[in-house]
Write a protein that binds this ligand. Structure first.
Ligand code: HEM
Length: 465
């Protein structure tokens, strides 16, 4: 057991993070699905306080955000950074230890939230001892990656290194500040601090990590260099400059200082600049290689993520403007938008990275390409149902609200939309179970021995089991 915790085998920590992430994906999605079903069948878990919606919601959000998406992205980075620096990870032992700490944090956090122990601040619901566990785990992963960077054998830093290392520089600071580890504020100031944190884990953690991973995957899989290195660096520095003060756009309907609101709106609108630079670069890199969408599954996941990135990043600046925000705030539209970012975009990016990276790390062909295709289609169709039902329902809700109709009247439009969301949720949950099974079977099989065979095995082409 101790030997496993402190394993020094190359790539073991990346695999450990990725596999743990998939387990948390299934658990977290299960909690989200149960919560969604309770909208249609309110008595479903009647009498079990732990399974009431108010407890399931934070369990779902924290498990998918920190258990799934963060761990999966860290797993990908533990593989990508050494590869780009042409060196080994500074310490596999330390990274494996960090992964154990992270898993303990998610598990204990889930139990405490189910039993009603919460700080009651969005995305920061875990209690202090768990926060401290995460600070240690996150700090040690960051330290490990920065040491790896220092040990690099190449001079020039590829754009993914900038993005990923940027994320590991910012996230510990944002996490410590946002979780009130050292600074605590009262009332409205705490709201401002909470949304500084809430929006920056999206912008300076998930976005920067996700885009960094996609910048690695696209050239690697298409076999072409990135279209413009300067444009990618321009995107990085504009994200770094514009993101930080945008959090207050979550509080436009509250009495926070007007100058803070104005700053948040202007900087949110300016975010279209890095978004366009990233997407132009992605699409131009793929020019002439779009046919790969039909044969290469990891690339299909990443490009589908890029499509949802366009959707979510067009919505974002638009809904941060005061008029639109007044209209759609507190409606189901926002829940659809939140999922377009974390599920539609970054989950698709990182799934592509796992399918690609795990084959490299294990030297093993993916167990079943057919299951990968099922995974893709169930996830995509499920998410489409989820997103469209909430977006349409949200707009109907907004009209009813704006025109002053009684809730009992416009409320009637929502139950069919919630049912469609749950159907989408069932498809997505099933897709994640297939994903988990496929990866488990892949990791069980013996590695292909020769280096040549491994290289041939990497692209997931049309061959299927
Ligand atoms: C990787 C997958 C997923 C991610 C990253 C994710 C992320 C999130 C986030 C960030 C929120 C908070 C939204 C907000 O504050 O507006 C949320 C809420 C929610 N999610 Fe998910 N989610 C995922 C999958 C699912 C699935 C499969 C379902 C099943 C239908 C689901 C159902 C819900 C529900 C019911 C809520 C609460 C919405 C409300 O408060 O009205 N999620 N999720």
């Amino acid at each position: 057991m101790i030997r496993r915790i402190f394993s020094s085998e190359d790539g073991s920590a990346a695999k450990f993070f990725m596999f743990s992430a998939i387990v948390w994906l299934i658990v977290g999605m299960g909690a989200g699905l149960l919560g969604a079903l309770e909208f249609s069948f309110p008595d479903l878990t009647k009498g079990v306080a732990q399974l009431s919606f108010t407890r399931l919601r934070p369990v779902h959000v924290n498990t998918v955000a920190f258990g799934w998406l963060s761990m999966a992205s860290i797993g990908a980075c533990l593989y990508i950074i050494p590869a780009l620096c042409k060196t080994k990870l500074h310490s596999e032992k330390l990274a494996n230890f960090s992964c154990y700490l992270w898993n303990i944090g998610i598990f204990v956090g889930m139990l405490t939230l189910l039993n009603g122990y919460t700080e009651g601040r969005e995305y920061a619901e875990y209690r202090e001892p768990i926060d401290i566990l995460f600070v240690v785990a996150l700090g040690s992963v960051s330290y490990n990656l920065f040491r790896t960077l220092l040990n690099r054998t190449v001079k020039k830093l590829y754009v993914s290194v900038w993005y990923i290392m940027g994320a590991f520089f910012w996230m510990p600071i944002i996490f410590i500040v946002g979780n009130r580890t050292f600074v605590a504020m009262e009332g409205l100031n705490d709201g401002i601090l909470n949304w500084f944190y809430g929006h920056n884990i999206l912008g300076m953690w998930f976005t920067v990590l996700g885009v960094g991973i996609a910048y690695y995957m696209l050239p690697k899989m298409s076999g072409k260099p990135i279209w413009s290195h300067s444009l990618s660096m321009f995107g990085f520095w504009t994200i770094a400059f514009f993101y930080a003060p945008t959090g207050t756009h979550h509080l436009l309907q509250s009495p926070v200082p007007e100058w803070l609101k104005a700053l948040a709106v202007i900087f949110s609108a300016a975010l279209v600049i890095p978004v366009i630079s990233v997407l132009v670069n992605f699409y131009m890199t793929m020019k002439g290689s779009w046919w790969m969408l039909t044969t290469n599954m990891p690339i299909r996941f990443v490009l589908t993520g890029a499509f949802w990135y366009l959707v979510t990043c067009l919505q974002g600046p638009f809904q941060a403007t005061r008029g639109v925000n007044w209209y759609i705030h507190f409606t189901q539209w926002v829940v659809g938008h939140a999922h377009a970012a974390l599920l539609g975009t970054f989950t698709f990016f990182v799934i592509g990275a796992i399918y690609y990276g795990l084959q490299r790390l294990t030297g093993q062909r993916i167990y079943s390409v057919r299951l990968v295709k099922w995974h893709y289609w169930l996830l995509l169709i499920g998410f489409f149902l989820f997103f469209s039902s909430l977006t349409i329902g949200g707009l109907q809700q907004a009209v009813g609200w704006a025109l002053g109709y009684p809730v009992a009247q416009w409320g009637l439009v929502l139950p069919p939309m919630w049912l469609v969301r749950s159907i989408g949720g069932v498809l997505m949950f099933l897709s994640s179970c297939l994903f988990g099974f496929n990866i488990y079977m892949t990791m069980r099989e013996k590695p292909i021995s020769s280096e040549l065979e491994i290289k041939v095995a990497v692209p997931i082409e049309g061959d299927s089991k």
